[in-house]
Design a protein around this ligand. Structure first.
Ligand code: CA
Length: 547
């Protein structure tokens, strides 16, 4: 055989191997949404973009967050458990290393790591992992996105603001105010993310983090989106839960043996039905708007020829939210007289603004019809129960309703299965490991002269290809709510003093058959794992107890 063709073939092979460009990675996170709130996970809400990503990629059925906004963001960004990064609770310093309310010196963000591997890093949306929202000096911005590895940032440092005038709105390092009278935060996040893609120099790959605040309270949406859901929830939450359960079973997402969690209240007993319906109509409109925005991000990828080699991940930060924030008590304020409008460029510092930018008082209380800028209410526990179909509990808790999230993974060039499920359990901490793997990055042991804790997660790349990971313990703690999962077994408790409950999730993911008494040896073994982790991971001592 002549040498030349072999040589040419070898060169061609080498070229194929070395030329395979590393993928862009986009992590899209939504806020306060339940496991069944998007179409491809059983919802009636129109999410055609997410559904297309799911049918062209993978849906993970047992992926987990940490049950609350700040800890989830800390864990996602750093690949550590939240307490290890200093954010076991929210953005307040509770006097212990695990609860500083600010990222500590012993963690790095995905953006910082990807930057060292030659990625450009962009972020649009809610940050919520520093306590310095309004620092007196520039140095106080040490944990803002630009200081934590992102090259460009548009979004909010805090969370839960008005969608029409969000507090702590920031471009790069500068606090700003919305200037467009038709401003809507979800649209602004989508459009800035699409712009970052369009303006990206394709010499380098990019990592982008898109953190929507939909569908966290307040229930704020645009009239055209709300109109689509008018009357959709007239039958109430009981029927909605049944409807979703049937769809989830039919699509193969849930085992038919898993029953539906108990209902919070019969719809027949509900008071203020027009108000209750309106709360869910607006909630759905917020999700619908987010999906429309994601379609613009996808369009920007396609237009710039980057869609096929971009890994798009979609997930949620905690389960449906039962907090009746702004939705209880008498309607307030009583005086609805118009006040002077805010000045152009005037910054919004309040999570709950007192007035709209054009001077209308913002109303709260039971019965305030949600949607417009001059209202600030939540959607309530009964609808949150429907969001979390078929699971128990909510945001804050670490039963399946609080911590289960969809995870869609779409990457035409890297994932060959289309429309398949992945039942392998996974956790937020795996996202850092996956990014490091795909970027060929070196996870640092030191950063700015401080030691960096090792990553807690595993790369999901083998799971993309259909392989299972080795069984490993996954852990949770938030506000004393505790859990550990190994394989099919989960030990879980509510509150610091609540008893441990044991479930076999393969048989009973709804967590309705507590096996703690019938299998005490297994419960003891899991409890011991949790205790060892809690000490190692800065969970204990709990704030305020010293224990
Ligand atoms: Ca949240």
């Amino acid at each position: 055989m002549p040498l030349r063709p072999v040589f040419v073939l070898l060169c061609a092979l080498c070229a194929t191997v070395t030329a395979a460009p590393r993928p862009n990675i986009i992590v899209i996170l939504s806020d306060d949404m339940g496991y069944s709130d998007i179409g491809c996970y059983g919802s009636e809400v129109a999410t055609p973009t997410l559904d297309r990503l799911a049918s062209g990629g993978l849906r993970f059925t047992q992926f987990y967050n940490t049950g609350r906004c700040c800890p989830t963001r800390a864990s996602l960004m750093t690949g550590l458990y939240p307490h290890q990064a200093g954010i076991g609770h929210m953005m307040n310093d509770r006097g212990h290393p695990g609860y500083r309310g600010d990222l500590n010196a012993h963690c790095v963000t995905i953006a910082q790591v990807m930057g060292t591997a030659g990625y450009r890093c962009y972020m649009a949306g809610k940050w919520h992992i520093t306590k310095t929202v309004r620092p007196a000096k520039e140095a106080g911005k040490h944990n803002w996105p630009r200081q934590r590895g992102f090259d460009r940032f548009y979004g909010t440092i805090h969370g839960a603001g008005s969608f029409f005038d969000p507090n702590s709105l920031t471009r790069d390092n500068t606090l700003i105010a919305p200037s467009d009278p038709n401003y809507y935060y979800t649209d602004a996040i989508s459009d800035n993310a699409a712009k970052f893609i369009s303006e990206h120099d394709r010499e380098k790959p990019f990592f982008m983090y898109v953190a929507y605040t939909a569908a966290h309270w307040p229930m704020h949406a645009k009239p055209s989106d709300i109109a689509k859901y008018k009357g959709r929830y007239d039958a109430g939450w009981d029927e909605l839960r049944d409807e979703r359960l049937a769809r989830m079973r039919k699509m193969g997402l849930l085992d038919r043996a898993w029953p539906l969690s108990p209902n919070v209240q019969d719809w027949a007993q509900a008071r203020n039905k027009p108000w209750q319906r309106a709360r869910m109509e607006v909630y759905s409109a917020m999700i619908d708007s987010m999906d429309q925005g994601i379609s613009r991000i996808v369009a920007a990828l396609k237009k710039t020829g980057q869609f096929d080699n971009t890994l798009l991940l979609f997930l949620q930060d905690n389960g449906g939210c039962q907090e009746e924030f702004g939705s209880r008590g008498a309607v307030r304020p009583k005086n609805l007289a118009r006040r002077p409008a805010m000045k152009p460029g005037e910054l919004q510092y309040s999570m709950v603004p007192k007035i709209t930018r054009d001077g209308r008082p913002v109303r709260q209380g039971l019965g305030v019809m949600p949607g417009p800028a001059d209202t600030y209410v939540a959607y309530g526990i009964q609808w949150a129960n429907a969001s979390n179909t078929p699971f128990r509990e909510y945001k804050h808790f670490v039963h399946e309703g609080g911590i289960s999230t969809p995870l869609i993974a779409h990457w035409p060039r890297g994932i060959s299965d289309r429309g398949k499920f992945r039942h392998e359990p996974g956790h937020l901490v795996d996202i850092m490991a996956t990014c490091v793997d795909l970027a060929g990055a070196r996870y640092p042991t030191q950063w700015n002269k401080s030691s960096v804790r090792p990553m807690e997660g595993k790369s999901l790349v083998p799971v993309f290809a259909g392989k299972d990971l080795q069984d490993r313990p996954l852990y949770w703690e938030h506000e004393g709510n505790r859990a550990v999962r190994v394989g099919d077994w989960k030990l879980v408790a509510k509150g610091r003093k609540g008893p441990w409950e044991l479930y076999n999730l393969k048989a009973d993911r709804s967590e309705l058959k507590n096996l703690a008494k019938s299998d005490p040896a297994r419960a003891t073994e899991l409890k011991s794992l949790w205790n060892t982790w809690a000490i190692r991971a800065n969970v204990l001592p709990w704030p305020g107890t010293g224990r």
